[in-house]
Ligand binder design. Structure first.
Ligand SMILES: Nc1nc2c(ncn2[C@@H]2O[C@H](COP(=O)(O)OP(=O)(O)O)[C@@H](O)[C@H]2O)c(=O)[nH]1
Ligand SMILES: [Mg+2]
Length: 193
């Protein structure tokens, strides 16, 4: 699959399921807390600086962002969750949005959970793993910002996450660019499955 066609674009930011695009291509969801580096990961995968907006304020990430990557692939950036200052209503709305996504989008192939290497899984990450299991979707964890820790800490955190989630854990750094090929290959395997 050619990830660098230059055709990648944001198709829609959907606040509710009414705005999900009428497309059939395979979708991979990227979920994770605000600021973990989801946008930077999307940009790294397509080798573009500004496809996904980096450093967006948490308040602006309440929608599902559908990024078309190739003719066969859409990456769906799930809004950052787990913000303590979110109102109960916003948390409920987020739950409804994700629930309708997983119920409606039969073209969803897998979930990538994006986690900052310096932090473990948060409660919402565990909830997302629950969504994936319930929907019988494969999932994996991408630890980001690996440039921020030493080799020992990195190995220790990855081992702990593998044990906690019993899933595949791959690394990514937007600074060193490590991990791009492995993550692309994982997504390609999911898309062709
Ligand atoms: N050092 C370092 N900083 C990163 C990395 N990925 C993201 N960041 C920074 O973390 C902040 C949040 O990144 P962003 O991609 O917007 O996270 P998102 O909220 O999950 O989409 C920004 O200031 C990024 O520059 C990384 O791999 N290494
Ligand atoms: Mg983002």
């Amino acid at each position: 699959m050619n990830w660098e066609t230059g055709l990648a674009r944001l198709v829609v930011s959907a606040p509710t399921n009414a705005s999900f695009p009428a497309t059939q291509m395979a979708e991979i969801v990227m979920a994770g807390k605000s600021n973990v580096g989801k946008s930077s990961l999307i940009n790294g995968l397509v080798n573009r600086k500004n496809l996904a907006y980096v450093g967006q304020t948490p308040g602006k990430t309440r929608m599902l962002n559908f990024y078309q990557i190739t003719e066969q692939l859409m990456l769906v950036d799930a809004p950052g969750y787990g913000f303590a200052n979110r109102s109960m209503q916003e948390q409920i709305n987020y739950g409804i949005l994700m629930d309708s996504y997983f119920t409606m989008r039969k073209q969803c192939k897998a979930v990538l959970l994006v986690v900052d290497i310096r932090r473990g899984l948060c409660e919402d990450d565990k909830l997302m793993i629950g969504f994936a299991k319930e929907s019988k979707l494969p999932y994996a964890i991408i630890v980001t910002k690996t440039d921020k820790v030493g080799a020992q800490m990195k190995a220790k955190q990855i081992k702990a996450l593998k044990e906690e989630s019993s899933s595949l854990v791959l690394s990514f750094s937007a600074v060193s660019k490590e991990g791009i090929e492995e993550i692309r290959e994982l997504i390609e395997r999911w898309v062709s499955s």
